[in-house]
Design a binder for this molecule. Sequence first.
Ligand SMILES: [Zn+2]
Length: 113
Amino acid sequence: MCDCVNVGFGTYDNVVTLITPEGKSVDIDRCIAEEIKYLWSLGIETMASCCGHNKIKGSVIVAKKDIEFIKKLGYKTLPLKDSNGRYRDDNFETKTHRNKEGKLIYRWYEKDD
Ligand SMILES: [Zn+2]
């Protein structure tokens, strides 16, 4: 899971402020900030993200144009309903976690040992 300890949902207790490639200032959960920056470096546009605060799986919502690309990187969709009760196709499970040695893993090509 992630590095959060007692961080509630919807709070900004454990975020970093980053500038997106489009020049917007956004607050990103610290635990997944490296992964989000990595996705940006690949040209993927993220709409929202959450590390899950050690309670649920981390997730990232990407722009429609990037859905096929992020799937090719091995990302799996997470069930999340939209306001019409339909499952979204743009919500993906983040990969950030620590392996046995405590090393942060978040790039799609890195695997657990
Ligand atoms: Zn976290």
